[in-house]
Design a protein around this ligand. Structure first.
Ligand code: AMP
Ligand code: ZN
Ligand code: FE
Ligand code: FE
Length: 292
């Protein structure tokens, strides 16, 4: 079950204030050291904005850094709807124009969408766009967690969790979607940029519909490298199924915390990735792991 060996833990999925985590990138490295991690990946949503600050902290905290991005994507369905898929890209060239353009397009759409959700919420709650901006880090990728933090500060809800369970839920009347590239296009773009694409929490059914095994097989043909199997949003049966599927398709298996600082209860290192899988990822990536 990805049980971490004390002091040798590799955690390949975390968020900082460059997106919707509450720690600065430097503090993610500091927290990783305190949690006895040897390697941590910083994978903020649709951005590489936290990479340099995280890299600058590697020496100080003695934790190796995998530079990554959690790319928002979607899989189109026959009925015209879409299933949201998060793709972890590791060790890609951040200056690759095609990938950088896709990420910028998503970030811009996320901003328009956050504003639209704020306008809808403002009909019923005392929320303003200025307050949301004040709760979003400078240049950060904006997301529903920033709306949640604003609602908490206003006393409308007690926690991010409560906001997600109610007014920020995908089925709530305040929900607005944002642009995201098709998953197959994103996988090709990540590979073309020298990145290693791993599907994040493929079986996290509580967030909404999840993709089928057939879709995962199709995406493996396009260049998907792995599945994030050990994640707190997967129960034991889901993990066993995804592990078998990864073996059948020749995909790597990762495990990680999806740490968001104080924004979620996920603890660094609560799920982990084996050293041989990290070695395979580094072997396929355009950038090195930055080691202390
Ligand atoms: P968005 O990408 O803007 O649609 O928001 C989704 C983000 O919110 C993901 O990064 C999740 O990690 C985060 N999220 C989802 N559910 C919760 C929750 N119950 N509490 C805190 N954060 C959540
Ligand atoms: Zn997040
Ligand atoms: Fe995710
Ligand atoms: Fe995440």
């Amino acid at each position: 079950m990805g049980a971490p060996i004390l002091g040798r833990v590799i955690d390949l999925h975390t968020h900082s204030s460059a997106s919707d985590g509450t720690d600065e990138p430097r503090q993610v490295l500091e927290a990783a050291a305190a949690a006895d991690l040897t390697v941590v990946a910083l994978t903020d949503h649709d951005t590489t904005a936290g990479w340099d600050a995280a890299a600058d902290a590697v020496e100080r905290y003695g934790v190796a850094l995998v530079r990554g991005t959690e790319v928002s994507t979607r899989v189109p369905m026959p009925d015209g709807s879409h299933i949201s898929v998060h793709l972890l890209s590791y060790l890609h060239d951040p200056t690759n124009p095609a990938l950088a353009d896709e990420l910028e397009r998503t970030r811009t759409s996320r901003r328009t969408r956050a504003r639209a959700m704020t306008d809808l919420l403002a009909r019923d709650y005392p929320i303003t766009w200025e307050a949301v901006v004040a709760h979003t880090g400078d240049g950060a990728t904006v997301g529903r967690p920033h709306l949640a933090d604003t609602l908490v500060a206003l006393g409308v809800v007690a926690t991010r969790d409560e906001a997600f369970a109610t007014m920020l839920h995908a089925s709530a009347p305040y929900y607005v979607p944002h642009y995201a590239p098709d998953a197959a296009l994103a996988i090709r773009a990540v590979r073309a940029a020298g990145g290693v694409p791993v599907m994040a929490h493929p079986g996290a059914g509580a967030r909404g519909r999840v993709v089928t095994d057939e879709t995962i097989a199709e995406l493996a043909d396009v260049g998907l490298a792995g599945l994030e199997v050990d994640h707190r949003d997967h129960d034991a049966d889901t993990r066993a199924h995804l592990r078998d599927l990864a073996a059948a398709l020749g995909l790597l298996v990762t495990g990680s915390s999806d740490y968001h600082g104080a924004g979620k209860t996920n603890r660094l290192g609560e799920n982990a990735t084996s050293p041989d899988v990290l070695e395979a990822i580094e072997g396929e990536g355009a950038l090195p792991v930055i080691r202390p």
